[in-house]
Write a protein that binds this ligand. Structure first.
Ligand SMILES: [Zn+2]
Length: 78
């Protein structure tokens, strides 16, 4: 088997859930920890191989900010 190439581009997925994946960051305003759980939240039309900004929201102080993430997709022999 031979698998070649690197995919980059937009996935045609409106709501991309990633169960098992969480993103935690510290609120830039009040210092509370905020976690996005991608079992219940989703990336919409995620782009693979391109840095993407996502929003985080702190319910404690009503503040939102953006962080950059990179979604990688790899096909490998199993
Ligand atoms: Zn906050």
């Amino acid at each position: 088997m031979k698998i070649e190439g690197t995919f980059s581009g937009e996935l045609d997925i409106k709501r991309c859930y990633l169960p098992g994946v969480t993103l935690t960051d510290t609120c830039k305003k009040c210092g509370h920890e905020v976690t996005n759980d991608y079992e219940s939240e989703y990336l919409s039309y995620p782009k693979v191989g391109t840095p993407t900004e996502i929003s985080l929201y702190c319910p404690t102080c009503n503040f939102d900010w953006r962080v950059q993430v990179l979604l990688n997709l790899t096909l490998t022999p199993a």
